[in-house]
Design a protein around this ligand. Structure first.
Ligand SMILES: Cc1cc2nc3c(=O)[nH]c(=O)nc-3n(C[C@H](O)[C@H](O)[C@H](O)COP(=O)(O)OP(=O)(O)OC[C@H]3O[C@@H](n4cnc5c(N)ncnc54)[C@H](O)[C@@H]3O)c2cc1C
Length: 491
């Protein structure tokens, strides 16, 4: 009789859930350990009275990636979650009182650009064509594959793709080739924060995000984006994955160049043939695997990775409804300085850009009384020693800045919760509080992230924002699926 192979997934974020679904549906008896008492990781619902919020991903792109996880497992995604397309998805507001709507409708977007600058409007079609090409390159060469060792980089098509993806130009320079108005450039440059980086350093490769938002569209999940995590969990359980919530893995037991078993905080030991680490590999690999078992990644190497941007978040339950868009960005005056202050000085911007997501504008049932505002300012990741810049005054400062922009929300505040970079590090074991794992400010961190597989332990695989293809909810879902595929091919 053929014994069923066993797999263990450490961490129940989107990457871990997608790996578990794939492995179980391909015949592995899979156990997933999640230290928190819910799965979904950073994609998590927060409830304050009658107000429901998504902490984490508020902007969903590439809905097919989430749907495909379920389709590949033989499930109908419509039974688990439904996406709503937001055509005119974001309102960008500038300090001079002007604004620019972002829309995935080409004609509407061209008219919007034309209101601010006819040159940018005339170049918009060229911009769309170029960002589509960049996306197609990434899709063909990076997104659907794992990188297991340096040998994976030694292919001519890949080298060609890497050189055509504009690795030497910054995102800011790329945008300046198509747009002239500083407000428009500011709005497009904000895409760098989707990968936790600065537009003045991140390579133009990431202009592909423009294709996702402007070409493909921005989506919201009916009932809140956390429905994706709930749907994944439900499907995993239906397929037979054993999901152990509130159970933290504290050790990987290695023998003869392999992981033999994991041990939990309660002393449970579980053996398996293959292991996927979804917990941030930069914090969990050195913690769970003894240094002598991983000569390729000794302790000293981890600190060399630059963490992505972090965030200071206010979840504000309000008694009033305000005139804001589902996604609304209030730009500060000095955005270049803001990025420099964050990445070079490790401090908050003096006049920070404020992003607000009010999902009740699309789904009023999420906060029947008044608005549910998720308010985010970009934050520096924690310093190496773990210290954090002062954020205690930040909440008041944000209310004041918003009030100056005509949004006096403090007057109708029923309840609020704040989340700082230190909270993010603690709740998810995220490397220095990073939202997206490793930043893409340096070329090597963009293209040469840690591989999807341990170089020392042959049955240990990595999924999540700190590995390929990178951070952001669709990317980590791909990484989980890709890591599972590698295991299935090999075992
Ligand atoms: C405030 C914020 C806003 C964001 N906005 C967006 C957005 O608009 N769009 C977007 O696409 N993305 C966004 N992101 C990024 C997105 O949330 C992440 O890229 C993605 O959710 C990461 O998924 P993951 O599975 O890699 O990791 P995680 O979600 O961090 O999951 C890892 C899990 O592993 C668990 N774990 C770690 N160690 C152990 C252990 N030893 N034992 C057991 N369990 C363990 C952790 O508790 C965690 O649940 C945002 C993130 C944040 C925080």
């Amino acid at each position: 009789m053929n014994k069923q192979k066993r797999a263990v997934v450490i961490g129940g974020g989107l990457a871990g859930l997608s790996a578990a679904i794939k492995l179980q549906s391909e015949g592995f008896q899979t156990t997933l350990f999640e230290k928190n008492d819910y799965s979904g990781g950073k994609l998590k619902e927060v409830v304050l009275g009658t107000h429901h919020f998504d902490f984490g991903p508020n902007t969903i792109t590439m809905p097919h990636v989430f749907r495909n996880v379920l389709i590949e497992a033989g499930e109908n995604p419509d039974d688990y979650f439904q996406f709503i397309k937001l055509t005119t998805h974001t309102k960008n507001e500038f300090p001079d009182g002007s604004h620019l709507f972002f829309s995935s409708d080409k004609e509407e977007m061209t008219e919007e650009l034309n209101r601010l600058d006819s040159y940018s409007a005339a170049k918009y079609n060229d911009y769309l064509n170029e960002v589509k090409k960049l996306y197609q390159l990434a899709e063909n060469h990076f997104l659907n594959r794992t990188f297991s060792s340096w040998k994976d980089y030694l292919s001519l098509p890949l080298a060609k793709a890497m050189s055509s993806s504009r690795p030497l130009e910054s995102l800011d320079r790329f945008h300046r080739r198509y747009f002239k108005d500083e407000r428009i450039i500011k709005a497009f440059n904000r895409y760098a924060t989707y990968i936790g980086s600065s537009p003045f350093n991140a390579p133009a490769t990431f202009a592909l995000i423009g294709h996702l938002e402007m070409g493909d569209g921005v989506y919201f999940t009916k009932g809140g984006n956390h429905q994706i995590a709930l749907g994944f969990e439900k499907a995993a359980q239906k397929l037979g994955v054993d999901i152990c919530k509130g159970e933290e893995v504290v050790k990987c037991i290695a023998k003869d160049g392999k992981i033999k078993a994991v041990e939990t905080a309660e002393g449970k030991v579980l053996e398996a043939e293959a292991f996927v680490l979804n917990g941030d590999l930069l914090t969990q690999y050195p913690r769970l695997v003894e240094e002598k078992e991983r000569p390729s990644l000794p302790d000293g190497k981890f600190n060399q990775y630059e963490p992505s941007i972090s965030a200071f978040v206010i979840l504000a339950a309000l008694s009033e409804r305000y005139n804001v868009h589902h996604h609304h960005v209030y730009f500060g005056d000095r955005t270049r300085e803001e990025f420099e202050t964050i990445f070079q000085d490790g401090q908050y911007g003096i006049d920070p850009t404020i992003y607000i997501c009010t999902s009740s504008k699309t789904d009023p049932s999420l906060s029947p009384v008044g608005d549910n505002m998720f308010i985010l300012v970009n934050a520096p990741p924690l310093a190496n020693k773990g210290s954090a810049p002062e954020s205690s005054m930040l909440e008041e400062k944000i209310y004041k800045l918003l009030s100056n922009r005509g949004l006096p929300i403090k007057d109708s505040l029923i309840q609020s919760e704040t989340v700082s970079p230190r909270d993010i590090a603690k709740r998810f074991y995220a490397y220095r509080g990073a939202l997206y794992g490793i930043a893409s400010n340096r070329k090597k961190d963009t293209f040469l992230r840690p591989y999807n597989r341990s170089q020392d332990l042959s049955n240990l695989f990595f999924a999540g924002g700190s590995t390929h293809p990178g951070g952001g909810s669709p990317m980590v879902v791909l990484s989980g699926r890709n890591a599972a595929r590698l295991i299935i091919e090999e075992f």
